[in-house]
Design a protein around this ligand. Sequence first.
Ligand code: 13P
Ligand code: SF4
Length: 303
Amino acid sequence: MDKNELKQKIQELKQQRKAVIVAHNYQHDDVQEIADVVGDSFALSKYCATTDAEVVVFCGVHFMAESAKILSPEKTVLLPEIDAGCPMADMVTAEALREEKKKYPDAAVVCYINSSAEVKAECDVCCTSSNAVNVIKSIKEKDILFVPDQNLGHYISKLVPEKNIIFWKGFCITHHKIKTDEVEKMKKLHPDALLLIHPECRPELVEMADFVGSTKQIIDYANSSENSKFIIGTEMGVLYKLKKENPDKTFYLMSQGLLCPNMKKTSLESVYNSLNEMKYQIELDEDVRVRAAKALERMLQVG
Ligand code: 13P
Ligand code: SF4
């Protein structure tokens, strides 16, 4: 099947299955094109909690589809590529976290949404990069054990200095590998461009930024800015929306290394196969799901 045929078939299957297709901002352009909703982790988890569709096809990585299932157990949640995981989420296990919690009995435990359902089940509250600061401010405890992203933890600790954040040593393999020399070169090449950065980047890069935010917040910032040039410090998938919504603005990727191989596993073909064969269905242990839902719902209450 060629691309147009695939797109046509996907639309037909979507109606038959009463499905919605949601896609993260890092997905391939053609996957974003056929999605009903494209957004950051927060917007997508909120959408999945409220849609009345019976089936959700989640074009993203495993923890995202799992979060949709945690919040909507009655829905069938499909992840088109079963191997699309997040290496950062795999850097903390429930068992390791249970051990660490013993060292800090008075600390609140907060997890980045980039974590498994089992890890979420061990936590008091979850956060995404768009609401992390507000979530941390909403917690009464001073000590906070934060997993798994050390860079997001560092970013929060700068903005909420009254809290004592205990970091886990996890990191995103895509964002963490970018170093300051590469960014300095880009800034010299494009001195009039604003630098917009994701908080999964190293702290020394975050300090150089004009704006720090989630993928959606970066897109919104560029959309409403009067500046016309931007250096984009997150995965290259965001360029699709940025260019589409701002044809007169110029975007430079901070580094050509900003590619998440797991996010790029999903293709039109895998979305078609997913709807056709109703695979791969996310299943969760009910006890884990209920405990993980508490952490996600508390996050959604903060907003
Ligand atoms: P956002 O919530 O900003 O979309 O980020 C998700 C992610 O995995 C970033 O690497
Ligand atoms: Fe995980 Fe990084 Fe890929 Fe986001 S970009 S899904 S944090 S590996």
